[in-house]
Design a protein around this ligand. Structure first.
Ligand code: UFG
Length: 330
């Protein structure tokens, strides 16, 4: 297969490209390198630097790369906090970008797309584990733009015969087994990389945002899922569409929740180093508990997360951060 990966230089995109190439697929990447890194681009992938809001650029790539079987779309801004301060940046990149992309795909007869969605589409969940059919009521602009993207695909799909799979990730984490690629965000806001900055000597302590949640130790519970397992789900989703199946939405998580304190304790165990933690107030907009039911992805896609122990996830992240304390920067 020949797969076009938008955002293939980003965290989850680059890991998916590595898995696709390992599986013998041909990969074409588009990335504007705004949040992605040239060093994360797999050497065997064909890379075009450009923005998906640029229709002429998209057309020029699609004219050169004629026989694309399917698209995987990761290219989006994804910081919850930033999305509340700069909502229009999120509407512009995530929604206007997807609109231009869809116009170009339709014009070039490409009709299969897998794309990144998020647990943030649910907002404060009605119950856990969360099912795909549960209420979606985002509490931030980021989640709202992702939910709107899903709806754009639904209506455009009906009109133009395009089929899609939306993958709602829970907390992506961990790094590739090769140690060549891993998580690198600027600024970093995610729990596991921030915790590991402490044993790496880049941060004095990790802040615990809120200790008065209705959970077993008062800190938030999340469903941490290894990035390589997410990558595998994208490959299964492409196969699903190639088999002619209907558009669909799947949660991707392990179905097990860990508190912030449990994650910190596991990081202490994995690194063998002390990690100072400081208790602080709640961070605005954090739901207390987010745990996925990913039974649907297991049943329909045949997905089975393989790296489901938190120790293993943190160990893979630690290998990456220890050897790349500044991410992809020298
Ligand atoms: N946390 C801390 N200290 C930190 C950073 C995070 O205590 O320094 C806590 C957060 O409050 C939260 C948990 O650790 O309870 C996980 O936080 P992350 O920022 O790592 O992840 P989120 O659960 O906030 O975000 C994830 C995805 C988003 C998605 C969101 C849905 O990364 O893309 O779930 O709510 F939008």
């Amino acid at each position: 297969m020949k797969i076009l990966v938008l955002g293939g230089a980003g965290y989850i995109g680059s890991h998916t490209v590595y898995e696709l190439i390992d599986a013998g697929e041909e990969v074409v990447i588009i990335d504007n390198l705004q949040t992605g890194y040239a060093k994360a681009v797999h050497p065997k992938a064909v890379f075009y630097k450009g923005d998906l809001r640029d229709r002429e650029f998209l057309d020029s790539v699609l004219e050169k790369e004629k026989d694309i079987d399917a698209v995987i779309h990761f290219a989006a801004n994804s910081l919850v906090g930033e999305s509340m301060i700069k909502p229009l940046k999120y509407y512009d990149n995530n929604l206007c970008g997807t609109k231009t992309l869809l116009e170009a795909l339709i014009a070039h007869g490409i009709d299969k797309i897998v794309f990144s969605s998020t647990a943030a589409t649910y907002g404060e969940p009605e119950r856990v584990p969360i099912l795909e059919s549960d209420r979606t009521d985002p509490t931030n602009t980021y989640g709202e733009t992702k939910l709107s993207m899903e709806k754009m695909f639904k209506w455009v799909g009906k009109a133009h015969g395009l089929r899609y799979v939306s993958l709602r990730y829970f907390n992506a984490c961990g790094a590739h087994k090769s140690g060549k690629i891993g998580e690198a965000h600027q600024p970093e806001t995610h729990l596991i990389p921030l915790i590991l900055q402490v044993p790496n000597g880049k941060r004095e302590a990790i802040s615990i945002f809120g200790t008065d949640y209705p959970t077993k130790d008062g800190t938030c519970v999340r469903d941490y899922i290894h990035v390589t397992d997410l990558a595998q789900a994208h490959i299964l989703a492409v196969k699903y569409l190639m088999e002619g199946k209907e558009s669909n939405i799947f949660n991707l998580g392990n179905g097990v929740g860990f508190t912030v304190k449990e994650v910190i304790e596991t990081a202490r165990k994995v690194t063998g180093l002390p990690i100072k933690a400081v208790e602080e107030d709640r961070r605005a907009g954090d739901p207390a508990v987010l745990i996925a039911s990913s039974q649907k992805a297991r049943d329909i896609l045949g997905w089975k997360p393989e790296h489901d122990s938190l120790e293993e996830i943190i160990d893979s992240a630690w290998k990456w951060h220890k050897s790349h304390p500044n991410g992809y920067e020298e």
